[in-house]
Design a protein around this ligand. Sequence first.
Ligand code: GDP
Ligand code: MN
Length: 380
Amino acid sequence: MKLFEYKGKEIFREYGIPVPDGSVAKDVQEAIGILQNLKHGAVVKAQILSGGRGKAGGVLFADTPEEMEKSVNSILGSKLKNLNVSSVLVEEKVNIQKELYLSITLNSETRDVLLVMSAEGGVEIESNADSIVTLSLGSCLNIQKYQIRNLLYKLQLPVVYTDQVLAIVEKIADIFRDYHATLVEINPLVITDDGRIIACDAKMNIDNNIIPYDEKVQDIIHSDPESYSSEYFKLENGFDYLELDESGAIGLLSTGAGLTMAVVDKLIAAGISPINFIDIRTGGFRGSTKRLEVALERILKSPNAKVILVNVFGGITDLNEFATLLLQALKKLNIKLPVVIRLEGNNFEMANETLKAAGMSAINSLDEAIDMAIELGVKA
Ligand code: GDP
Ligand code: MN
């Protein structure tokens, strides 16, 4: 999961990385209030879970309340990089002498962690690829001060800044480790006119696999359930559900991320986008219809839902147990939509008997099931 800049900067501040003073605002009045506590005017920054805001017009300046009103109004409520902007970060404008680039990132290709730096940071970093230097930190984030000093020497960073930058590198390594990040990036890391080093931006990605185990990360999700809606859903319910097309006709009730993606691909190849992606994880049912109810209720919220396509491969899962719970959930929620059920694997025959006794039946072939769902959902 990605963090907003303001959240990243809160973490930076906690770890002693210098960031500009400021805070988040959700309207003009709040933004003007923050401006009044700043000494040198403000920078106003759209808070969206994406970079490239500078180039897209999402970073503006304001020295007076009038300018603030104008800046905030042009950013708030707009769409940037296809994302809605619902808050801005208002902070002290920094006078920039030089922009550096600094990040620690997971390199899944080489299976290690990489320190990446450049003396040509800022919004043009992608086109300054030649200026980038890297250092492998291994999988244990093994930081040797002399190696970092070497790197800074290669970048021709004036030696007066070496200790400050070195300290920041060590701190972002701590953050990377403590937050199970896959990326911690500061671009630009600024040398100010008066010779201070300040993180003017903060970008963090956290490995979603840590969410169930890390309270700090859970707190971030709980602080903004709307922005982290899919992470919040998984935390509350123990399985993945992503809305793909609110106006779709086919709702998926399926287990296994790969298997579900295969179904989504087949539907999209047929020109149909399903309502949702789901990995309901039958192994977590523990005899309860809870997950089925949650998933079915979510699907039914879609205004054009016409058919539910169930797809379960029973490896360890006993399909008869699954079928029994499915029937209970359908009955409990009084579901009237047609349900196409594709089952394969452990205890299929008995599952089918159970379904037949309730006037339904299972299909064994995935392609047939998909065709039938399309027939019932789209062509009917
Ligand atoms: P991004 O484009 O989404 O990465 O947003 P950034 O926070 O990196 O801002 C983009 C650019 O705006 C930076 O590279 C800086 O050049 C500029 N910028 C951001 N904050 C300040 C500031 O406080 N003072 C000045 N002078 N420029 C800033
Ligand atoms: Mn940036």
